[in-house]
Design a protein around this ligand. Sequence first.
Ligand SMILES: [Zn+2]
Length: 343
Amino acid sequence: MADMKISGRLFAPGEAKAESAELIALQGGHVTIEDASGVARSLGLSSVSDRLGRVHRKLYLSDGSVFETDDNDGIDRLLGRETHFFSRLSRIEGSGRAVAILTVVTIAVIVGIYRYGLPAAAAVAAWATPPSVTAVMDTGTLSTLDRTLFSPSDLPEKRREDLARQFAELAALSNISDATPHLIFRRSKVIGPNAFALPGGTVVMTDELVKRAHDDDEVLGVLAHELAHVEKRHGLRNLYRVLGVGFMIAAVGGDSGQIVEDVATQGAALGNLSHSRHFEEEADMRGAELMLAAGRDPFAFIDLIGRITKDEGKSGDSWLSTHPGTQSRRGAVAAHIESLKPR
Ligand SMILES: [Zn+2]
């Protein structure tokens, strides 16, 4: 059937360069693809990417190759005709609403980039990213970091459990939605006394930081600051600014397969992304609010930071190199707490 031919590009397994190809048939979950030299092959169809505005459609094939085309209508016609196969693609069938929302968000992201620039668009995308995707980002990043920068924690189990329990109490006071806050400990010579939050709510704290604290409020203050980064989605917003529009759209669309690959290679960068001054101030203020709500000392974390700064100077690759100086922070937190008081 001539009208069924769909022109596109075929990426051989693991290849970044495509060759032009035509999809000439789809039957019983198998596609027939003809390459530029006219050789036809039949391959199993593993999955089809959702329709997303005018983004290329991808057909994932059983041998690991990918057929990509701009002919969205052609693909939909083909899938509609293939009723047997279509019924297996419940993901497409059942997600009409999701696709509609996604289309709106995608348009908003593109309009946002056009009118307000990447940071605004990144903020929109950060709020629209499904938790399934941020969870994958966390696991991908963590496994990269575990292979490269981290060793297992050697803190006593009881100490870790005790801090994790206090962390959970603090997290319960936050307004984190669509992320699961949990605290893990690692040891790292490279990043030293440090803590950071991943988009899905995983907060990593190094043994080195815990050992420098004089009391639990100092540790909890840093954790409150990190919880604020999660609540305000700072990590995702940074990630989208760095990785750009294509990644943003894929992530918002729930394309976690691609995310795994990207994050596995970008993981280390993600963990060490330094936040903008604005994000840091926001996290300090929100962190202080959480500490107050928990009946804890909102200034304690500044003491811990001050102590580490004094010992390491400005040369360390610690939390400090990515965070503002202590003097201005103490003043800003004090002013913020003052502003919260009823008058
Ligand atoms: Zn921070």
